[in-house]
Design a protein around this ligand. Structure first.
Ligand code: PLP
Length: 400
């Protein structure tokens, strides 16, 4: 490992220089925590297809794909051509445009839970608005999220992200956050039902990512079914965070693949075709709480933001979703086949070198875990954090 670190430094002198400059003007040198890794990150100059190239001329096969946003690889022609054409007409008009109508129509056609759409600029904003809508609709306060679930740095959901889950994730949060946002254990039917029922009177919503980005351990179908049935019974809202899963596990996302339809869904990443985007979609009567032309006493302030539904994100999104829809019969089977293959091959390489490794995932999503013991079944982000050697994983993935 030490040799690898030396080699990394030798090959990335320009990146090291940039990082020294970056540290002077940005806390820790970065603007997204995950983009820092020791001794310093390499700086990207360009990306095309499956490859990225850094400022020192090194080329990498990219498995990260821009936070899983780039489902067609980097700079796909279909998107680049569209964006180049629009740039001459302007970058942002700050008024409504036809592109947003078309993209919202497309979403309603392909995402099963989508009756209405509200665009914003990021997945974090989408989950923020979803929480607000979900609390206003039944007029209750308690949100249940999954231990280990990441939904952006949303204040209402900045608890129970990392094991041991009880501690605060950040300074600057009100203590009441943990009074009203509580957590359940993923794939634990009995435990989750118990907590839902204990909070029944004040339960606003259950929020779950069907294949959590923390470990990519998929939800068991029986678990999703129970959450769907019980939220209905308790008249609480079921939210799927499909910021990663949407348009990836299938064209209609995890909800289409697993056949469980939530009341609200948050979307982002792939939807923007490489541009910034977020969206809350779902049942008309819930989404209508943010309708500015109706003054409901439960009216929900949903800003959207200066750049919401900007023409570049909307046009790129239309191209992306249209392309995925027109080529779905080719794209999704291929992605799934490749995902299965990479999971199998990575496990094989580690296990043949005497290292116990398990690749989790579904479709093209995969996570690499190193269980402490043979025979351990990983069924949740919690298992991934508590039953596997995270330090080893970080060492394998990030050069020290
Ligand atoms: N929800 C999930 C499941 C995510 O993975 C992320 C980001 O990684 C977010 C929400 C936040 O999205 P954004 O980074 O666009 O704010």
């Amino acid at each position: 490992m030490r040799d690898a670190a030396r080699e990394y430094r030798r090959r990335t002198p320009q990146s090291e220089k940039l990082f020294q400059r970056a540290k002077k003007v940005m806390p820790g040198g970065v603007c997204h925590n995950i983009r820092y890794f020791p001794p310093y990150p390499f700086y990207i100059k360009e990306a095309k297809g499956s490859r990225i190239r850094d400022v020192d001329g090194n080329e990498y096969i990219d498995l990260w794909m821009a936070h899983y946003e780039a489902i067609l690889g980097h700079s796909p022609e279909v998107i680049v051509n569209e964006l180049s054409g629009i740039l001459s007409k302007g970058t942002h008009w700050g008024l409504v445009n036809e592109y947003q109508v078309e993209l919202a129509e497309l979403i309603c056609q392909v995402v099963p839970s989508a009756e209405k759409v509200r665009f914003c600029c990021s997945g974090t904003e989408a989950t923020m608005y979803a929480v607000r809508l979900a609390r206003a609709f039944p007029g209750r306060n308690v949100m249940l999220k999954v231990a280990g679930g990441w939904h952006g740095a949303n204040t209402d959901l900045s608890i129970a992200i990392h094991s041991p889950y009880e501690q605060k994730e950040s300074a600057g949060l009100f203590p009441e956050v943990s009074q009203y946002t509580k957590f359940i254990s993923f794939n634990d039917i009995e435990g989750s039902l118990k907590i839902m029922r204990q909070n029944a009177e004040n339960l606003a919503a259950v929020l779950i990512e069907p294949v959590p980005g923390q470990g990519y351990i998929p939800a068991e179908l029986g678990y999703l079914k129970v959450l769907r049935e019980e939220t209905r019974k308790l008249e609480a809202v079921l939210i799927f965070d499909e910021v990663i899963d949407g348009f990836r596990l299938s064209l209609g996302g995890a909800q289409e693949k697993y056949g469980i339809i939530p009341d609200l869904t948050t979307l982002g990443k792939i939807l923007g075709g490489g541009m910034h985007i977020g969206a809350v979609v779902g049942k008309e009567d819930i989404l209508d709480l943010c309708n500015p032309t109706k003054k409901d006493p439960k009216w929900v302030l949903t800003g959207g933001g200066t750049f919401s539904a900007n023409p570049l994100s909307m046009a790129a999104g239309i191209k992306m979703i249209t392309y995925l829809r027109e080529n779905a019969d080719l794209i999704y089977p291929r992605l799934n086949r490749n995902g299965e293959r990479i999971r199998r091959e990575i496990e094989k390489v580690f296990n043949e070198s005497g290292v116990l490794a398990r690749c989790s995932g579904d479709g093209s999503l995969f996570g690499l875990n190193f269980p402490f013991k043979e025979g351990v079944k990983l069924r949740s982000p919690r298992d991934m954090e508590e039953l596997t050697d995270l330090e080893r994983r970080n060492n394998e993935l990030k050069l020290r």
